[in-house]
Design a protein around this ligand. Structure first.
Ligand SMILES: Cc1cc2nc3c(=O)[nH]c(=O)nc-3n(C[C@H](O)[C@H](O)[C@H](O)COP(=O)(O)O)c2cc1C
Length: 232
């Protein structure tokens, strides 16, 4: 999967700068929405190594969650993610099925259907990976000033008194093992933290630094990626 190697290489060499991607969803009326996300890691199962699971994260209260979970205008939860790696001039557009994995105690965890995601199901049932541990490790590896945002008000809600009046809450959140008086905040934040995972089935990979510019389409068909050269 050259497109996945390109993402991994960029992240290894450039760090956070290369982790940002655009995530497109549709709402319940079929209207498009796009926003920036941070790619966190890739998981792959032994039974389905050809289905990488691209991991990101969100606040379970965010508007986009309803766009990905149980959305009648997009029942299979299709999304498109787009990486632009400026230094190598590569665009990687990935279409896939998205899952949202909140805390087990959250009502939306009932809408998470493992059997719809073959890569993830293989990871759990064959490789014995505990998804709650993946959620916890992903949360714990966030920078402390980012982790604290899960303690804040609902994303997109109006701030009473405006931006300036909204300051004054905790500014960082340590790891659980280092938290003392912050334990309640930690539990609170982790309770709202959700993993987003995307299992790709189609990729459009454009390389603008090679001459002539190159564009390839990759389609996952019967457990195999079929590669086709296409015009730019
Ligand atoms: C560089 C950058 C990275 C971001 N990464 C994430 C992310 O990983 N997860 C997330 O939920 N929001 C992330 N955001 C915020 C979203 O872009 C968006 O503003 C927020 O999630 C609300 O989106 P929504 O109203 O569509 O739910 C990021 C924003 C920026 C500018």
């Amino acid at each position: 999967m050259p497109w996945l190697s390109a993402v991994h290489k960029a992240v290894a060499e450039l760090g956070d700068e290369a982790r940002a991607f655009a995530l497109a969803t549709v709402d319940t009326n079929g209207m498009p929405h796009v926003r920036t996300y941070m790619y966190r890691s890739t998981l792959a199962s032994k039974p389905f190594p050809q289905i990488p699971i691209l991991i990101s994260s969100t606040d379970i209260r965010a508007a986009k969650v309803d766009q990905m979970v149980d959305n009648p205008s997009n029942p299979t939860g299709e999304v498109e993610m787009c990486f632009w790696i400026a230094s190598t001039m590569e665009q990687i557009r990935i279409r896939g099925h998205a899952f949202v994995l909140p805390a087990l105690s959250h009502p939306l965890s009932k809408k998470f259907h493992l059997e719809r995601f073959p890569g993830l199901e293989g990871l759990v049932k064959v490789d014995g990976i505990d998804l709650e541990s993946v959620r916890r490790n992903t949360f714990e590896n966030m920078p402390p000033d980012l982790k604290v945002s899960w303690c804040g008000p609902t994303p997109g809600s109006v701030l009473p008194g405006g931006y300036r009046a909204s300051t004054g809450g905790p500014e960082t959140l340590p790891k659980f093992s280092e938290a003392t008086e912050e334990r309640q905040n930690w539990e609170d934040a982790f309770g709202k933290f959700a993993l987003i995972g995307i299992e790709p089935f189609e990729v459009d990979y454009v390389e603008m630094k090679v001459t002539p510019n190159r564009r390839r389409r990759f389609l996952l068909e019967e457990d195999e990626w079929k590669e086709t050269d296409v015009a730019l």
